[in-house]
Design a binder for this molecule. Sequence first.
Ligand code: ADP
Ligand code: MG
Length: 730
Amino acid sequence: MSNLRFKAVKKASQTEAVEALAPGAKVSGYFGKYVFDRNNMKKYLSKETLKSVLNAIDKGEPLERQIANHVAAGMRMWAMELGATHYTHWFHPLTEGTAEKHDAFVDFDGNGGMIEEFSGKLLAQQEPDASSFPSGGIRNTFEARGYTAWDPSSPAFIVKDTLCIPTVFISYTGEALDYKTPLLKSISAVDRAATDVCQYFDRNVKKVFSYLGWEQEYFLVDKALYAARPDLVLTGRTLMGHDSAKNQQLDDHYFGAIPSRVAAFMRELEFECYKLSIPVKTRHNEVAPSQFEVAPIYEECNLAVDHNLLLMSVMETVAERHSFKVLLHEKPYKGINGSGKHNNWSLGTDTGVNLLGPGKNAKENLQFITFVSNILVAVHKNNALLKASIASATNAHRLGANEAPPAIISVFMGSQISALLDELVESSGTKDIVMKEKTGTRLPLLNQIPEIFVDNTDRNRTSPFAFTGNRFEFRAVGSSANCASSMLALNTAVAGQLKAFKAEVDALIAEGQKKEEAIFTIVRKNIRESEAIRFDGNGYSDEWKKDAEKRGLNCETKVPLILDAYISKQSEELFTSTGVLSKVELHARNEVKWEQYTKKIQIEARVLGDLALNHIIPVATRYQGLLLDNAAKIHALFDKEKAAKIAGQDLVIIEDIADHINFIKTKVDEMVEARKKANVIESEREKALAYCEKISPYLEEIRYHIDKLELIVDNEMWTLPKYRELLFIR
Ligand code: ADP
Ligand code: MG
């Protein structure tokens, strides 16, 4: 595209922004404009090509090279008309976030010139220089390189001047080096298993989708203040900072009006999201000052995961324009509510039935109870694994920290469904359940569900995994996490359980039991066996921790040990039998997770050490010097007794400062020694554990004394912005 044309396009898109943001502008006018969705495909692809692509998207059929060339050509034309000059394979390595390498749409034309080029081959597959992405040793052991491959189920989109093509990232030997690969496999595993179970109820069901609607919490902070906090810049959270005199005690932020500067940011964020087909719907303040939430309408799980990752990067760009920084860390401020993601998850059929919503008749309700009870078993059996799927160094500050969900996975069902489940178990025989009807069955208990369940105000905010009427809400997910991690664990756990369920029911049918009777027998057994995972009480209480321990739920709080759940015999069996991850992949991925954990704490320890030694101690010493000067002058001018009286307080503070400084210095030195010891540990697991047990406690201890100094030292001398400045947006 000529430079002039590019400028014109750019100008047009700016005008577009102004118009779209004007009051009354219709979202439908620009929704999905920068996405190569079905609408745009229709315009840029031939009928035949379109048909093949849709088959690839909807049925997972392979695309022929020739067709891929046509798709690439159409995609390039569309993208260039919107000002794109580059393309990239957009993928999610095992670190959080996305990775991309941008290539221009050009190639040699063979005559010494250049032509715009983008072939099917470049669309379908690339070989990024992946040596710098974590692989847990897979690439070293097997092959030196990995490749990215197009995921047609998530449409390509344009960000700035770049066409982004969602891809998976795999090693040459086929092991997943990303989250998307196993996520897609888990989606297909749960589809197969759930479709099989649906056959008991409705033979028309051919496919089951998993859906995800995330709610994303985040903090905003003024960019200039952020820049003056090296800890925020380097670790994403404040490693020091005394409570503000006012923080969230009044809870006035939650219901308060959105500050106008923030509202402008949100409006533009929504505009950018809509152009990229991210269907954001709600926005509001959260509990803490400067904390907000954005949530879309739920979508198919793979797409929803991509949209969440995209949202996180769009947020950063938009924030920049409003002189904000977005904090996605789970706990940017001590003593202030943390941020999570609430992953609303459900299963639905291609016939339009939500399998987690009570139905219109007894048969649909038996299906509903079948799915709910199997999910209870899946979560019960795999509660340790699900916890591992959300565990990270950053989320550890939130979980179990007397807010947000505790570090124990339990399920809240609400009083009505709980009562129904209990009743079902007690209704032993088949007498009150199997009664004559056209299908041979009438289920009085299950007939009642729609009525008793219209009101779903029954909520429990302390539960990490709550049933909310027509879906489960996995609330323990961290705000900075890739949603794929938790969703793939959940999908896989449920897939494994549904398979087991079907096998058990089929066995009873083979023994001569009627279908409904067999289903009931196993459903009852499932409800009984998963009883320990159901908890409707206060998840923050200490009694719950004791109770959970007795129930045999996983209560581990140390992240490196929580991660062990990925490589337990049971998890290995689950992941391999469902075909989602191999044993090699599971182990390799844990190596990456332990390494990531270590690095996070290591960086925090270094930053805190540096700040303590070259910011805090020098400032405190300078202030101490002022006080000493003052005291000395007082002593020079007044007689001893009077001087002691006047300078008394100075002397107390001088000693106080000395105590804090000594403590900080000693602890920083000890922390450095502890790091040296940990760093030579070979095993990633043991090293992470050493960082967890031996190093992270220093962060808290040192911080305590720094925060005390913050209260004492002259405000003018204190170079770091304080909580009261960071937290209140003006
Ligand atoms: P809350 O009361 O928890 O704030 P919202 O009404 O804001 O709930 O919805 C939270 C999220 O749940 C939204 O993304 C919404 O689209 C999603 N959601 C609603 N129904 C379903 C469903 N059946 N499956 C998955 N997600 C759903
Ligand atoms: Mg919610």
